[in-house]
Design a protein around this ligand. Structure first.
Ligand SMILES: Cc1ncc(COP(=O)(O)O)c(C=O)c1O
Length: 451
């Protein structure tokens, strides 16, 4: 082992662009027993379907154990893929088993997409901000990750178009664009129908692939669902990834990817060399849910459960947060995204909050260009009502304390900018979701307040 002291290990140079995930780092802190965490976007273990899983295993293992405990085909159990194709038809997605592959979490769908479409130095475009799992998957294969502004309605197609034109003029065409159209992690934005159409048209015109990552779409608390980009795509350029991590359980590591059959074939060949196949036991559990008709009623229970938590957090923010901050309404998913006044730093607020035993995720790591220092992400998914109230109250107090303190201006810190670029400065945010009823408070102009 001491060899490395004299001859240092050489990691692939492009991995220098790969920062450790800020969420994972903070989740390490969260292990402290007395810390109240609004950090991780993990599902609430209180609603894990433990009894259903036990029943499925008890009943199905004796009959299907020979298959469940064996290697399986790379694409996944055919019966499960048939069911997923039938389910997808209900939302206008025309799929056969050849359009579908089970993956080890949707993180694997991102990794496979990166491996299939990106060479080192190729350009992948992500929203700014976006989930760092996507950014990281592209960075691990040595792609250049370019950010495009996201506003309250998700990725901005006009800014994307401008960026695509510039890249094409420099003979650096974008190969992959990563989009989370429903309740994006971290900012909860939902891409409207016109933007979905615009993105699909741009993909066709500029010849890139859209990776549509949709782990939260089933957890909608307000409004009606919108068609997926995959349902709008006629050119076979969209790869849709859906996950059971935020619904049944992330411990199963079960997700699926839908794409044109040649794309699935290519992803399948790569998967063969990555992990041979997804776990058959976990697939049997998911299959057991669908065979018994348990999935849809369970989803309905989850929506009720998380909607109540979302409401609790919004009420607590209204009560305890200063009016200088603004936040989204979170019409689905797990997150409330808060924009602090320009001169406040989310990372400084985290230090202040940790002293009060509250954790959250600062917004900057979700921005591939190092911007977003005055943003933070709160998750309401795991905390109970009392903890949400207390943690938000303490965070509000931490914010007031920080705001009252003299502080340096938020100029970029030299040397901290990652080697990724953004297309343009982020445009102004508008409140996500339906407009909130303005509050009448003396001396305030509610119309100008944005969340
Ligand atoms: C937007 C987004 N995509 C993908 C994932 C990873 O999901 P999975 O557990 O299916 O790999 C997450 C998890 O937090 C996420 O927020």
């Amino acid at each position: 082992m001491s060899d490395t002291e004299t001859r240092p290990l050489r990691f692939a140079p492009h991995l220098e662009r790969l920062p450790p995930s800020a969420i994972r780092e903070i989740c390490r802190l969260v292990a402290q027993p007395d810390l109240r965490s609004l950090a991780g976007g993990w599902p609430d273990p209180a609603v894990f379907p433990t009894d259903d899983v036990r029943r499925i295993l008890d009943e199905d293992l004796p009959r299907h154990g020979h298959q469940a405990l064996q290697y399986g085909v790379t694409e996944g159990l055919i019966e499960l893929r048939e069911i997923l194709a039938r389910e997808a038809a209900r939302e206008g997605l025309r799929l056969t088993v050849d359009h579908l592959m089970l993956t080890h979490g949707s993180q694997q769908a991102m990794d496979l997409t990166a491996a299939a479409f990106l060479d080192p130095g190729d350009v992948a475009i992500v929203g700014c901000p976006t989930y760092m799992g996507g950014t990281g998957a592209f960075a691990t294969v040595g792609a250049e990750v370019v950010g495009v502004p996201v506003d309250a309605e998700g990725i901005d197609p006009d800014a994307l178009h401008r960026r695509l034109r510039t890249l094409a003029a420099r003979r650096r065409p974008a190969r992959v664009v990563y989009v989370i159209p429903n309740f994006q992690n971290p900012d909860g934005s939902v891409l409207p129908l016109e933007r979905r159409r615009a993105l699909v048209e741009l993909a066709d015109r500029y010849g890139f692939v859209i990776l549509e990552d949709d782990p939260y779409g089933a957890l909608r608390y307000d409004g009606a669902p919108l068609p997926s980009l995959a349902a709008l795509d006629t050119a076979g350029r969209v790869i849709l990834a859906r996950s059971f991590s935020k619904t049944i359980s992330p411990g199963l590591r079960m997700a699926w990817v839908a794409a044109a059959p040649p794309v699935i074939r290519q992803l399948g060949v790569i998967k063969q060399y990555r992990d041979s196949c997804s776990g058959n036991l976990a697939q049997q559990v998911v299959l057991g849910f669908f065979r018994r008709g348990l999935f849809e009623p369970y989803l309905e229970r989850l929506r009720v459960h998380y909607r109540a938590k979302r409401d609790r957090m919004l009420e607590a923010l209204d009560r305890h947060f200063p009016r200088t901050a603004r936040w989204n309404r979170a019409t689905g998913g797990f997150f409330v995204w808060i924009t602090l006044p320009d001169d406040l730093d989310g990372e400084a607020l985290l230090q202040e909050a940790l002293r009060r035993k509250v954790a959250f995720v600062p917004g900057r790591p979700f921005h591939c260009d190092g911007s977003g220092r005055n943003t933070i992400r709160l998750s309401f998914s795991q905390s109970d009502d009392a903890s949400i109230d207390a943690a938000v109250a303490d965070l509000g107090a931490a914010l007031r304390d920080l705001a009252a303190r003299p502080r340096p201006s938020l100029a970029p810190v030299p040397g901290t900018k990652p080697k990724t670029r953004t297309a343009a400065k982020r445009g102004p945010r508008r409140a996500a979701g339906p407009a909130r009823k303005p509050k009448t408070r003396p001396g305030r102009k509610p119309a100008g307040r944005r969340r």
